[in-house]
Design a protein around this ligand. Structure first.
Ligand code: SF4
Length: 348
């Protein structure tokens, strides 16, 4: 069976090449071609001996993603891709432009089983985990597009479809290659992993003491409301989640980010804002308020603009560092899972 070159970290690639009878130093050369030169094919790796290129062609695969659809926002340059994987599954990836650089949001699973009520990605449940290489290929596809304009991805967020911490090993392997000086060389501080709050995995990540940012999807300030929006809350309630978040901060020194999707009539009252401020009082963090996108299948509607303003103002008044996330690609289906869901609707 072929291995994917993008699935392996540099030390793994060294081991694999040595097991194939090659010299260890060849791994750095191959890595260089994969991530610095962004070679599309083994034949592009012109300084490798022909015998090694033949071996790689016979035993390893490279790009297996196929672009199915692309939407480009004329408002802010957001680009959303729908990619098909080797088995026909589809995933979404987004390029976003900010004042501080260009970020790419990658998916970590096909579909998702977490069942968050405001999310289109979970409608069909979890299909499968992505491999590290499949996560990497999303990023490389974006970087290749940016290469045409001499631009570079400056940050990566694992916030597309899927729960990254449920696919822990693949996600960590992906991050290792993204941050490797011989890989894409994006600093740990520029990587954000989003989670619904899988408490044991947060402790595990904290103990690795990486410099990555943890973005916790909180979305409610009391267990009753959160459990209705996010079934995971029944397994890990807010108190246990926040305890794990404090631990993450203590171990890594990294300020946490909390995602809070504002949904009309569910979690957007001033009382909710006050409860949220109480919860986060002693934790260095930032709250990202996200006006939820309308999900036709869920019939959820967004909080009115004045209420969003009142909510954020109340948080700030109570000393919480909070901002309303700028809507990216409002003119395209840029919310998590929307393009994939649209594509699926077109297929039936
Ligand atoms: S918001 Fe994230 S974790 Fe929740 S269902 Fe959607 S993809 Fe899964």
């Amino acid at each position: 069976m072929s291995v994917s070159l993008y699935d392996m970290t540099l030390p793994e690639l060294e081991l694999w090449l040595v097991s194939q009878g090659e010299a260890k130093y060849r791994a750095k050369q191959v890595f260089h071609w994969l991530y610095k030169r962004r070679a599309a094919d083994v034949d592009d790796m012109t300084d490798l001996p022909q015998v090694l290129r033949d071996r790689l062609r016979a035993t390893a695969t490279m790009m297996t993603l196929r672009e199915v659809a692309r939407q480009v926002s004329t408002e802010d340059g957001t680009v959303k891709f729908l990619f098909a994987l080797y088995d026909g599954s589809t995933i979404e990836t987004v390029i976003m432009r900010h004042d501080y650089g260009i970020s790419v949001c990658v998916s970590s699973q096909v579909g998702c089983k977490m069942g968050c009520k405001f999310c289109a990605s979970t409608l069909g449940g979890l299909i499968r985990h992505l491999s590290a290489g499949e996560i990497m290929q999303q990023l490389l596809a974006c970087q290749r597009l940016l290469d045409q304009r001499g631009e570079r991805v400056s940050s990566v967020v694992l916030m597309g479809s899927g729960e990254p911490l449920e696919n822990y090993e693949a996600v960590i392997r992906f991050i290792d290659t993204v941050t490797d000086p011989d890989g894409l060389q994006i600093g740990q501080r520029h990587i954000t992993v989003s989670t619904v709050g899988l408490v044991p995995a947060i402790y595990r990540l904290a103990d690795e003491r990486r410099g990555i940012t943890l973005a916790v999807s909180l979305h409610a300030a009391d267990d009753e409301t959160r459990s209705k929006m996010m079934p995971v809350n029944k397994a890990y309630d807010i108190a246990s989640l926040l305890k794990a978040c404090h631990y993450y901060y203590d171990r890594t020194g990294r300020r946490l980010s909390f995602e809070y999707a504002l949904i009309r009539g569910h979690n957007d009252s001033l009382q909710d804002a006050r409860k949220l401020a109480d919860l986060l009082e002693s934790l260095p963090c930032h709250v990202n308020l996200i006006p939820v996108n309308y999900v036709p299948e869920r019939n959820l509607s967004r909080t009115p603009r004045e209420q969003i303003k009142a909510f954020v103002t109340e948080l700030q008044r109570l000393g919480v560092n909070a901002t309303v996330r700028r809507e990216m690609g409002a003119d395209i289906a840029a919310a998590c899972g929307q393009l994939r869901a649209e594509h699926a609707r077109e297929q039936v």
